[in-house]
Design a protein around this ligand. Structure first.
Ligand code: SAH
Ligand code: SF4
Ligand code: F3S
Length: 436
Protein backbone atom coordinates (compact mmCIF):
# COMPACT_ATOMS: atom_id res chain seq x y z
CA UNK A 1 0.00 0.00 0.00
CA UNK A 2 1.13 3.55 -0.70
CA UNK A 3 2.32 5.66 2.23
CA UNK A 4 -0.54 7.64 3.71
CA UNK A 5 -0.78 11.21 2.55
CA UNK A 6 -0.71 13.86 5.25
CA UNK A 7 -3.47 16.35 6.01
CA UNK A 8 -2.96 19.42 8.20
CA UNK A 9 -6.03 21.40 9.27
CA UNK A 10 -5.99 24.75 11.04
CA UNK A 11 -9.32 25.77 12.53
CA UNK A 12 -10.33 29.37 13.17
CA UNK A 13 -13.62 30.59 14.67
CA UNK A 14 -16.43 28.80 16.45
CA UNK A 15 -17.13 25.26 17.67
CA UNK A 16 -19.09 24.55 14.52
CA UNK A 17 -15.84 24.94 12.62
CA UNK A 18 -14.11 22.58 15.06
CA UNK A 19 -16.79 20.02 14.26
CA UNK A 20 -16.52 20.66 10.52
CA UNK A 21 -12.74 20.19 10.65
CA UNK A 22 -13.18 16.77 12.26
CA UNK A 23 -15.64 15.78 9.58
CA UNK A 24 -13.40 17.04 6.78
CA UNK A 25 -10.54 14.94 8.17
CA UNK A 26 -12.85 11.91 8.23
CA UNK A 27 -14.01 12.65 4.68
CA UNK A 28 -10.39 12.58 3.52
CA UNK A 29 -9.49 9.32 5.31
CA UNK A 30 -10.87 7.06 2.53
CA UNK A 31 -8.64 9.04 0.13
CA UNK A 32 -5.61 7.82 2.08
CA UNK A 33 -5.06 10.95 4.18
CA UNK A 34 -3.92 10.87 7.80
CA UNK A 35 -3.89 14.05 9.88
CA UNK A 36 -0.61 15.59 11.01
CA UNK A 37 0.21 18.29 13.56
CA UNK A 38 3.10 19.56 11.41
CA UNK A 39 2.09 21.85 8.57
CA UNK A 40 5.46 21.45 6.80
CA UNK A 41 4.86 17.67 6.40
CA UNK A 42 1.43 18.00 4.83
CA UNK A 43 0.36 17.05 1.31
CA UNK A 44 -2.85 19.02 1.85
CA UNK A 45 -3.20 22.02 4.16
CA UNK A 46 -6.75 23.13 4.94
CA UNK A 47 -7.46 26.46 6.59
CA UNK A 48 -10.98 26.31 8.03
CA UNK A 49 -11.79 29.99 8.34
CA UNK A 50 -14.06 32.38 10.21
CA UNK A 51 -15.54 35.62 8.86
CA UNK A 52 -17.27 36.93 11.97
CA UNK A 53 -14.95 39.88 12.72
CA UNK A 54 -12.37 41.69 10.62
CA UNK A 55 -9.46 40.27 12.63
CA UNK A 56 -10.47 36.74 11.69
CA UNK A 57 -9.99 37.58 8.00
CA UNK A 58 -6.66 39.29 8.58
CA UNK A 59 -5.39 36.12 10.24
CA UNK A 60 -6.13 34.05 7.15
CA UNK A 61 -4.26 36.39 4.82
CA UNK A 62 -1.25 36.65 7.12
CA UNK A 63 -1.14 32.85 7.49
CA UNK A 64 -1.33 32.42 3.73
CA UNK A 65 1.42 35.02 3.32
CA UNK A 66 3.68 33.00 5.62
CA UNK A 67 2.91 29.81 3.66
CA UNK A 68 4.29 31.19 0.39
CA UNK A 69 7.83 29.91 0.98
CA UNK A 70 6.46 26.50 1.93
CA UNK A 71 4.63 26.27 -1.37
CA UNK A 72 7.77 27.33 -3.25
CA UNK A 73 9.77 24.61 -1.49
CA UNK A 74 7.07 21.98 -2.07
CA UNK A 75 4.94 22.96 -5.08
CA UNK A 76 3.09 19.62 -4.94
CA UNK A 77 1.59 20.58 -1.56
CA UNK A 78 -2.04 21.63 -1.94
CA UNK A 79 -3.55 24.50 0.01
CA UNK A 80 -7.29 24.70 0.58
CA UNK A 81 -9.42 27.42 2.18
CA UNK A 82 -12.62 26.19 3.82
CA UNK A 83 -15.23 27.72 6.12
CA UNK A 84 -16.96 31.06 6.25
CA UNK A 85 -14.36 33.20 4.43
CA UNK A 86 -14.35 30.62 1.66
CA UNK A 87 -18.10 31.11 1.38
CA UNK A 88 -18.10 34.89 1.67
CA UNK A 89 -15.16 35.76 -0.55
CA UNK A 90 -13.80 32.57 -2.12
CA UNK A 91 -13.26 34.23 -5.50
CA UNK A 92 -11.28 37.06 -3.89
CA UNK A 93 -9.14 34.56 -1.95
CA UNK A 94 -8.34 32.81 -5.23
CA UNK A 95 -7.48 36.12 -6.92
CA UNK A 96 -5.33 37.52 -4.11
CA UNK A 97 -3.60 34.28 -3.20
CA UNK A 98 -2.28 32.27 -6.18
CA UNK A 99 -0.90 29.63 -3.76
CA UNK A 100 -4.46 28.56 -2.91
CA UNK A 101 -5.50 25.47 -4.88
CA UNK A 102 -9.03 25.01 -3.67
CA UNK A 103 -11.85 26.83 -1.92
CA UNK A 104 -14.67 24.90 -0.28
CA UNK A 105 -17.68 26.42 1.49
CA UNK A 106 -19.17 25.09 4.75
CA UNK A 107 -22.09 23.48 2.91
CA UNK A 108 -19.97 21.78 0.24
CA UNK A 109 -17.21 19.99 2.15
CA UNK A 110 -18.66 16.52 1.57
CA UNK A 111 -17.28 17.09 -1.95
CA UNK A 112 -13.78 17.88 -0.62
CA UNK A 113 -12.31 14.49 -1.74
CA UNK A 114 -13.33 15.24 -5.32
CA UNK A 115 -11.92 18.78 -5.15
CA UNK A 116 -8.60 17.59 -3.76
CA UNK A 117 -8.10 15.01 -6.53
CA UNK A 118 -6.22 15.89 -9.70
CA UNK A 119 -4.78 19.19 -10.82
CA UNK A 120 -6.18 22.69 -11.29
CA UNK A 121 -7.60 25.34 -8.99
CA UNK A 122 -11.18 24.71 -7.89
CA UNK A 123 -13.97 26.50 -6.03
CA UNK A 124 -17.10 24.91 -4.58
CA UNK A 125 -19.30 27.22 -2.53
CA UNK A 126 -22.71 25.84 -3.49
CA UNK A 127 -25.42 25.76 -0.91
CA UNK A 128 -26.95 22.34 -0.44
CA UNK A 129 -29.16 20.70 -2.97
CA UNK A 130 -28.46 17.47 -1.11
CA UNK A 131 -28.02 16.56 2.55
CA UNK A 132 -24.32 17.05 3.33
CA UNK A 133 -24.43 15.02 6.53
CA UNK A 134 -25.88 11.94 4.83
CA UNK A 135 -23.00 11.93 2.37
CA UNK A 136 -20.15 12.15 4.88
CA UNK A 137 -18.50 8.97 6.18
CA UNK A 138 -19.54 7.75 9.64
CA UNK A 139 -17.65 9.02 12.67
CA UNK A 140 -14.33 7.19 13.03
CA UNK A 141 -11.53 6.31 15.40
CA UNK A 142 -11.28 6.20 19.17
CA UNK A 143 -12.57 9.44 20.69
CA UNK A 144 -12.00 11.46 23.83
CA UNK A 145 -14.83 11.68 26.37
CA UNK A 146 -16.42 14.85 24.93
CA UNK A 147 -17.63 15.61 21.42
CA UNK A 148 -19.43 18.24 19.39
CA UNK A 149 -22.37 17.26 17.22
CA UNK A 150 -23.89 19.78 14.81
CA UNK A 151 -27.68 19.40 14.65
CA UNK A 152 -28.71 22.75 13.19
CA UNK A 153 -27.03 25.08 10.75
CA UNK A 154 -27.58 28.49 9.28
CA UNK A 155 -29.50 31.54 10.37
CA UNK A 156 -32.54 33.46 9.12
CA UNK A 157 -32.31 36.24 11.70
CA UNK A 158 -30.14 38.79 9.88
CA UNK A 159 -28.90 40.74 12.88
CA UNK A 160 -27.63 44.01 11.39
CA UNK A 161 -23.97 43.31 12.28
CA UNK A 162 -23.66 39.63 11.39
CA UNK A 163 -22.34 37.67 8.39
CA UNK A 164 -23.56 34.22 9.45
CA UNK A 165 -26.81 34.24 7.40
CA UNK A 166 -24.67 34.93 4.32
CA UNK A 167 -21.89 32.43 5.07
CA UNK A 168 -23.93 29.51 6.40
CA UNK A 169 -27.19 30.04 4.58
CA UNK A 170 -30.77 29.53 5.75
CA UNK A 171 -31.70 27.70 8.95
CA UNK A 172 -31.89 23.95 8.56
CA UNK A 173 -32.16 21.05 11.00
CA UNK A 174 -30.76 17.57 10.58
CA UNK A 175 -33.24 14.69 10.66
CA UNK A 176 -33.54 13.05 14.10
CA UNK A 177 -32.40 9.60 13.01
CA UNK A 178 -29.12 10.91 11.59
CA UNK A 179 -28.38 12.76 14.83
CA UNK A 180 -29.19 9.71 16.98
CA UNK A 181 -27.09 7.39 14.81
CA UNK A 182 -24.14 9.76 14.98
CA UNK A 183 -24.50 10.10 18.76
CA UNK A 184 -24.60 6.31 19.19
CA UNK A 185 -21.48 6.02 17.03
CA UNK A 186 -19.69 8.60 19.17
CA UNK A 187 -20.67 6.84 22.41
CA UNK A 188 -19.39 3.52 21.01
CA UNK A 189 -16.08 5.32 20.41
CA UNK A 190 -15.75 6.43 24.02
CA UNK A 191 -17.73 9.68 24.14
CA UNK A 192 -19.65 10.37 27.37
CA UNK A 193 -20.63 14.02 26.83
CA UNK A 194 -22.10 15.54 23.67
CA UNK A 195 -22.52 19.25 22.98
CA UNK A 196 -25.22 19.80 20.38
CA UNK A 197 -24.27 22.66 18.10
CA UNK A 198 -26.10 25.12 15.91
CA UNK A 199 -25.86 28.81 15.06
CA UNK A 200 -29.38 28.90 16.54
CA UNK A 201 -29.47 25.46 18.11
CA UNK A 202 -32.79 26.00 19.89
CA UNK A 203 -34.42 26.68 16.51
CA UNK A 204 -33.87 22.95 15.91
CA UNK A 205 -36.92 21.28 14.43
CA UNK A 206 -35.97 17.95 12.91
CA UNK A 207 -38.11 15.32 11.27
CA UNK A 208 -38.67 11.81 12.56
CA UNK A 209 -41.08 9.63 10.58
CA UNK A 210 -42.86 12.75 9.36
CA UNK A 211 -43.25 14.15 12.89
CA UNK A 212 -41.69 17.42 13.99
CA UNK A 213 -39.18 17.14 16.86
CA UNK A 214 -37.92 20.16 18.81
CA UNK A 215 -34.62 20.44 20.67
CA UNK A 216 -36.08 19.37 24.04
CA UNK A 217 -37.52 16.21 22.51
CA UNK A 218 -34.24 15.51 20.71
CA UNK A 219 -32.42 15.84 24.04
CA UNK A 220 -34.93 13.41 25.56
CA UNK A 221 -34.20 10.86 22.81
CA UNK A 222 -30.43 11.28 23.20
CA UNK A 223 -30.71 10.87 26.97
CA UNK A 224 -31.95 7.30 26.39
CA UNK A 225 -28.58 6.30 24.91
CA UNK A 226 -26.77 4.17 27.50
CA UNK A 227 -23.27 5.45 28.18
CA UNK A 228 -24.10 9.01 27.16
CA UNK A 229 -23.94 10.80 30.52
CA UNK A 230 -24.04 14.50 29.73
CA UNK A 231 -25.77 16.66 27.13
CA UNK A 232 -25.14 20.34 26.41
CA UNK A 233 -26.28 22.65 23.62
CA UNK A 234 -25.19 25.96 22.15
CA UNK A 235 -25.77 28.67 20.90
CA UNK A 236 -29.36 29.59 21.69
CA UNK A 237 -31.31 32.59 20.49
CA UNK A 238 -33.79 34.33 22.84
CA UNK A 239 -36.50 34.41 20.14
CA UNK A 240 -36.45 30.65 19.52
CA UNK A 241 -36.86 29.59 23.14
CA UNK A 242 -39.56 27.00 23.74
CA UNK A 243 -41.23 26.07 27.04
CA UNK A 244 -40.20 22.44 26.62
CA UNK A 245 -36.49 23.31 26.60
CA UNK A 246 -36.82 25.39 29.76
CA UNK A 247 -38.75 22.53 31.40
CA UNK A 248 -36.08 20.01 30.30
CA UNK A 249 -33.59 21.77 32.57
CA UNK A 250 -35.78 20.75 35.50
CA UNK A 251 -36.65 17.23 34.33
CA UNK A 252 -33.69 15.84 32.41
CA UNK A 253 -30.78 14.90 34.69
CA UNK A 254 -28.37 14.40 31.76
CA UNK A 255 -28.92 17.98 30.58
CA UNK A 256 -26.17 20.11 32.16
CA UNK A 257 -27.06 23.31 34.06
CA UNK A 258 -25.49 25.74 31.60
CA UNK A 259 -27.20 28.21 29.28
CA UNK A 260 -25.33 30.22 26.66
CA UNK A 261 -27.90 32.82 25.65
CA UNK A 262 -26.35 35.83 23.90
CA UNK A 263 -28.09 39.17 24.49
CA UNK A 264 -25.51 41.44 22.71
CA UNK A 265 -26.74 44.65 24.40
CA UNK A 266 -28.92 45.75 27.33
CA UNK A 267 -30.32 48.80 25.52
CA UNK A 268 -33.63 48.37 23.71
CA UNK A 269 -32.70 51.16 21.32
CA UNK A 270 -29.52 49.34 20.30
CA UNK A 271 -31.23 45.94 20.24
CA UNK A 272 -33.72 47.43 17.78
CA UNK A 273 -30.94 48.90 15.63
CA UNK A 274 -29.26 45.46 15.73
CA UNK A 275 -32.51 43.86 14.48
CA UNK A 276 -32.42 41.46 17.43
CA UNK A 277 -36.23 41.43 17.86
CA UNK A 278 -36.06 40.93 21.63
CA UNK A 279 -35.87 43.47 24.44
CA UNK A 280 -33.75 43.58 27.57
CA UNK A 281 -36.91 42.90 29.57
CA UNK A 282 -38.01 39.87 27.52
CA UNK A 283 -34.49 38.47 27.87
CA UNK A 284 -34.51 38.96 31.65
CA UNK A 285 -37.89 37.21 31.93
CA UNK A 286 -36.48 34.23 29.99
CA UNK A 287 -33.52 33.94 32.36
CA UNK A 288 -35.95 34.06 35.29
CA UNK A 289 -37.87 31.11 33.83
CA UNK A 290 -34.69 29.07 33.36
CA UNK A 291 -33.75 29.78 36.97
CA UNK A 292 -37.18 28.72 38.14
CA UNK A 293 -36.70 25.39 36.32
CA UNK A 294 -33.09 24.93 37.44
CA UNK A 295 -32.07 27.35 40.20
CA UNK A 296 -28.32 26.76 39.91
CA UNK A 297 -28.15 27.15 36.10
CA UNK A 298 -25.06 29.06 34.99
CA UNK A 299 -25.85 31.73 32.43
CA UNK A 300 -23.41 33.06 29.84
CA UNK A 301 -23.75 35.48 26.95
CA UNK A 302 -22.08 37.29 24.08
CA UNK A 303 -21.84 41.10 24.05
CA UNK A 304 -20.97 43.57 21.32
CA UNK A 305 -19.73 46.97 22.50
CA UNK A 306 -19.45 50.06 20.34
CA UNK A 307 -22.28 49.24 17.94
CA UNK A 308 -22.95 52.30 15.71
CA UNK A 309 -24.99 54.88 17.62
CA UNK A 310 -24.32 53.35 21.08
CA UNK A 311 -24.38 56.18 23.64
CA UNK A 312 -23.06 56.21 27.21
CA UNK A 313 -26.65 55.64 28.36
CA UNK A 314 -27.02 52.61 26.07
CA UNK A 315 -23.80 51.18 27.40
CA UNK A 316 -24.93 51.83 31.00
CA UNK A 317 -28.09 49.84 30.19
CA UNK A 318 -25.87 46.91 29.15
CA UNK A 319 -23.95 47.10 32.44
CA UNK A 320 -27.26 47.28 34.33
CA UNK A 321 -28.51 44.14 32.56
CA UNK A 322 -25.27 42.34 33.40
CA UNK A 323 -25.66 43.30 37.06
CA UNK A 324 -29.23 42.05 37.06
CA UNK A 325 -28.45 38.68 35.44
CA UNK A 326 -25.20 37.84 37.24
CA UNK A 327 -23.29 35.92 34.57
CA UNK A 328 -21.03 32.95 35.24
CA UNK A 329 -19.09 33.57 32.02
CA UNK A 330 -19.34 35.72 28.87
CA UNK A 331 -17.65 36.59 25.62
CA UNK A 332 -17.42 40.24 24.64
CA UNK A 333 -16.32 41.80 21.39
CA UNK A 334 -15.68 45.21 19.92
CA UNK A 335 -18.11 45.85 17.11
CA UNK A 336 -16.47 45.06 13.77
CA UNK A 337 -18.15 46.35 10.58
CA UNK A 338 -18.62 43.49 8.12
CA UNK A 339 -18.95 43.96 4.37
CA UNK A 340 -22.48 43.45 3.10
CA UNK A 341 -24.21 43.85 6.49
CA UNK A 342 -26.60 46.80 7.06
CA UNK A 343 -24.71 48.09 10.12
CA UNK A 344 -21.53 48.49 8.08
CA UNK A 345 -23.15 51.51 6.36
CA UNK A 346 -23.33 53.43 9.63
CA UNK A 347 -20.57 55.60 11.10
CA UNK A 348 -18.34 53.88 13.64
CA UNK A 349 -17.70 55.12 17.17
CA UNK A 350 -14.25 56.46 18.06
CA UNK A 351 -11.92 53.55 18.87
CA UNK A 352 -11.06 54.89 22.33
CA UNK A 353 -14.75 54.96 23.33
CA UNK A 354 -15.21 51.34 22.27
CA UNK A 355 -11.96 50.28 23.95
CA UNK A 356 -12.94 51.89 27.25
CA UNK A 357 -16.40 50.28 27.17
CA UNK A 358 -14.98 46.84 26.41
CA UNK A 359 -12.57 47.22 29.28
CA UNK A 360 -15.33 48.23 31.73
CA UNK A 361 -17.64 45.44 30.59
CA UNK A 362 -14.94 42.81 30.87
CA UNK A 363 -13.98 44.00 34.36
CA UNK A 364 -17.59 43.54 35.49
CA UNK A 365 -17.88 40.11 33.86
CA UNK A 366 -14.59 38.96 35.43
CA UNK A 367 -15.91 40.02 38.83
CA UNK A 368 -19.12 38.02 38.29
CA UNK A 369 -17.26 35.00 36.96
CA UNK A 370 -15.00 35.04 40.02
CA UNK A 371 -18.05 35.21 42.29
CA UNK A 372 -19.64 32.24 40.46
CA UNK A 373 -16.42 30.24 40.81
CA UNK A 374 -16.06 31.13 44.50
CA UNK A 375 -19.65 30.09 45.15
CA UNK A 376 -18.75 26.53 44.12
CA UNK A 377 -16.30 26.05 46.99
CA UNK A 378 -17.62 23.41 49.41
CA UNK A 379 -20.16 22.11 46.89
CA UNK A 380 -20.36 18.64 45.39
CA UNK A 381 -20.49 18.17 41.64
CA UNK A 382 -19.42 15.67 39.01
CA UNK A 383 -16.32 16.11 36.87
CA UNK A 384 -15.68 14.37 33.55
CA UNK A 385 -11.92 13.86 33.23
CA UNK A 386 -10.61 15.08 29.87
CA UNK A 387 -6.83 14.86 30.38
CA UNK A 388 -4.13 14.29 32.98
CA UNK A 389 -3.05 17.45 34.81
CA UNK A 390 0.47 18.84 35.04
CA UNK A 391 1.04 17.50 38.56
CA UNK A 392 1.54 13.73 39.04
CA UNK A 393 -1.73 11.98 39.90
CA UNK A 394 -3.80 14.99 38.87
CA UNK A 395 -6.75 14.93 36.44
CA UNK A 396 -8.38 17.87 34.65
CA UNK A 397 -11.98 17.98 33.49
CA UNK A 398 -15.17 20.02 33.43
CA UNK A 399 -17.78 20.38 36.11
CA UNK A 400 -21.50 20.30 35.34
CA UNK A 401 -21.36 24.09 35.03
CA UNK A 402 -18.55 23.82 32.45
CA UNK A 403 -15.88 25.07 34.83
CA UNK A 404 -12.38 23.63 34.53
CA UNK A 405 -11.56 21.50 37.59
CA UNK A 406 -8.22 20.07 38.78
CA UNK A 407 -8.59 16.96 40.90
CA UNK A 408 -5.85 15.12 42.80
CA UNK A 409 -6.90 11.58 41.90
CA UNK A 410 -4.25 8.88 41.77
CA UNK A 411 -5.19 5.93 39.52
CA UNK A 412 -8.06 7.70 37.72
CA UNK A 413 -8.42 7.66 33.91
CA UNK A 414 -9.47 10.03 31.19
CA UNK A 415 -13.21 9.49 30.63
CA UNK A 416 -14.01 8.81 34.30
CA UNK A 417 -17.06 10.70 35.56
CA UNK A 418 -16.36 11.34 39.22
CA UNK A 419 -18.23 12.82 42.16
CA UNK A 420 -16.04 15.48 43.81
CA UNK A 421 -16.09 18.24 46.40
CA UNK A 422 -14.76 21.64 45.33
CA UNK A 423 -12.03 22.84 47.69
CA UNK A 424 -10.71 26.06 46.09
CA UNK A 425 -11.47 28.51 43.29
CA UNK A 426 -9.72 31.01 41.04
CA UNK A 427 -11.23 33.03 38.19
CA UNK A 428 -10.60 30.33 35.60
CA UNK A 429 -10.41 27.05 37.44
CA UNK A 430 -11.43 25.05 40.50
CA UNK A 431 -9.63 22.51 42.65
CA UNK A 432 -11.43 19.45 44.01
CA UNK A 433 -11.06 16.15 45.84
CA UNK A 434 -12.81 12.95 44.81
CA UNK A 435 -15.54 11.65 47.13
CA UNK A 436 -15.89 8.06 48.26
N1 SAH B 1 -26.14 32.91 16.70
C1 SAH B 1 -25.54 33.43 17.85
C2 SAH B 1 -24.13 33.96 17.69
C3 SAH B 1 -23.29 33.70 16.47
S1 SAH B 1 -21.87 34.70 16.20
C4 SAH B 1 -26.42 34.53 18.39
O1 SAH B 1 -27.26 35.06 17.72
O2 SAH B 1 -26.24 34.90 19.50
C5 SAH B 1 -21.03 34.73 17.75
C6 SAH B 1 -20.92 36.08 18.34
O3 SAH B 1 -20.06 36.92 17.60
C7 SAH B 1 -22.21 36.86 18.41
O4 SAH B 1 -23.01 36.48 19.47
C8 SAH B 1 -21.74 38.28 18.52
O5 SAH B 1 -21.59 38.67 19.87
C9 SAH B 1 -20.38 38.26 17.85
N2 SAH B 1 -20.41 38.99 16.58
C10 SAH B 1 -21.10 38.69 15.47
N3 SAH B 1 -20.90 39.62 14.52
C11 SAH B 1 -20.06 40.54 15.04
C12 SAH B 1 -19.49 41.77 14.57
N4 SAH B 1 -19.76 42.23 13.34
N5 SAH B 1 -18.66 42.45 15.40
C13 SAH B 1 -18.38 42.00 16.64
N6 SAH B 1 -18.90 40.86 17.13
C14 SAH B 1 -19.73 40.14 16.36
FE1 SF4 C 1 -25.70 36.23 13.58
FE2 SF4 C 1 -27.92 37.16 14.67
FE3 SF4 C 1 -27.95 34.89 13.31
FE4 SF4 C 1 -26.76 34.99 15.66
S1 SF4 C 1 -28.95 35.28 15.27
S2 SF4 C 1 -25.96 34.03 13.82
S3 SF4 C 1 -25.89 37.02 15.65
S4 SF4 C 1 -27.58 36.90 12.47
FE1 F3S D 1 -17.02 32.29 12.28
FE2 F3S D 1 -18.55 31.08 10.55
FE3 F3S D 1 -18.49 30.27 13.05
S1 F3S D 1 -18.17 33.24 10.62
S2 F3S D 1 -18.11 32.15 14.16
S3 F3S D 1 -16.82 30.20 11.64
S4 F3S D 1 -20.26 30.30 11.73
Amino acid sequence: MADPKKLFIKTYGCQMNVYDSERMAEAMAPEGYETTEVMEDADLVLLNTCHIREKAGEKLYSDLGRMRSLKVARPEMKIGVAGCIAQAEGAEVMRRMPIVDLVVGPQAYHRLPELARGAGRKVDTDFPTEAKFDLLPERQGRRGPTAFLTVQEGCDKFCAFCVVPYTRGAEMSRPVEGVLAEARGLVERGVREISLLGQNVNAYHGQSDGADVGLAQLIGALAKIDGLERIRYMTSHPNDMEDALIAAHGDQPKLMPYLHLPVQSGSDRILKAMNRKHTAESYLRLIERFRAARPDILVSSDFIVGFPGETDADFEATLALIREVGYGAAYSFKYSPRPGTPAAEKPELPAEVTDARLHALQALITQQQRAAQDAMVGRQTTVLYEKPGRMPGQMVGKSEHLMAVHVAHEGASVGDLVQVRITAASTNSLAAVPLG
